[in-house]
Design a protein around this ligand. Structure first.
Ligand code: PLP
Length: 261
């Protein structure tokens, strides 16, 4: 049986809730053959990221090469990339192997406050990785950092999304989940001259660990299956809302429970 394939280039979460583990579980659940290039190993659980160990550049490069020499993933997502040097390797591989349909989840800081992207690496991400992508999926704090615009309402959110588009990416999915004032959780799919609001009822829960990773992996799965960006985003949003609404119980103290299984 033929399976569409997708690649995740991201960090490992040994607790299984975010990062590579969340991505591979999501790919599997959506009938995608999943592959991974690990950029960093984190020691974490549902309570905190305890330590971050970026992998040697040679180790990241060898994984990218091994994938590139054999596979052509139908779509690829990037998650935790940690440093400018790793971003450079990833951008080179995407160009060298002409990997299509790149989704960037611009992971910067975990919910528990750990640095997952060195602040000095953001410019490299924007300069060399962003123009290779078809979609970037920032949350509000990430979009504010990338665009330099403070998001206080929908017009400023739209302006921030458009500013990010002007940096060279055709679609921005700006995730509104951090706007706690709202009774709905609305994400905005923004292009240079349009925006589409995707609303769903806000669910109050602690089970949010790995939501960003899981959503971008679900969108990447939709793209791998040949859907348009609009359709893949709307399917991804349905997938994550379902995961948040029906959280799994695992035997952990799960301060922030994982959303995926
Ligand atoms: N750890 C890794 C390796 C991640 O890639 C991410 C998010 O992308 C996180 C942790 C953060 O997860 P959360 O902030 O959802 O708890």
């Amino acid at each position: 049986m033929f399976y569409p394939s997708a690649l995740s280039i991201a960090g490992s979460d040994c607790g299984g809730g975010a990062g590579i583990q969340a991505d591979l579980k999501t790919f599997q659940e959506l009938d995608i053959y999943g592959m991974s290039v690990i950029t960093a190993v984190t020691a974490q659980n549902t309570q905190e990221v305890k330590e971050v160990f970026p992998l040697p550049l040679q180790t990241v490069e060898a994984q990218l090469q091994a994938i590139g020499e054999d596979f052509t993933p139908a779509s690829t997502k990037t998650g935790m990339l940690y440093s400018a040097e790793i971003i450079q390797l990833v951008a080179s591989a995407i160009k060298c192997y002409a990997w299509p349909q790149i989704v960037i989840d611009p992971v910067m800081i975990s919910k528990s406050g750990a640095v997952l992207l060195q602040p000095s690496a953001m410019d490299t991400m924007l300069d060399i990785l962003l123009p290779l992508a078809c979609l970037i999926t920032p949350n509000i704090p990430e979009a504010e950092l990338i665009s330099g615009i403070e998001i206080v309402d929908v017009p400023s959110l739209y302006e921030a999304g458009q500013r990010i588009c002007s940096m060279g990416v055709p679609h921005v999915l700006l995730k509104g989940g951090h706007r706690e004032d709202s009774v709905e959780s609305t994400d905005y799919l923004i292009t240079r001259d349009t925006y589409l609001a995707l609303s769903s009822p806000r669910i109050h829960t602690r089970h949010t660990h790995g939501t960003g990773c899981t959503l971008s992996a679900a969108i990447t799965s939709g793209l791998a299956k040949g859907n348009s960006i609009e359709k893949a985003v709307s399917l991804g949003k349905k997938f994550i809302m379902n995961a948040i609404a029906y959280p799994i119980e695992v035997d952990s103290r799960h301060l922030y429970g994982p959303v995926n299984h």
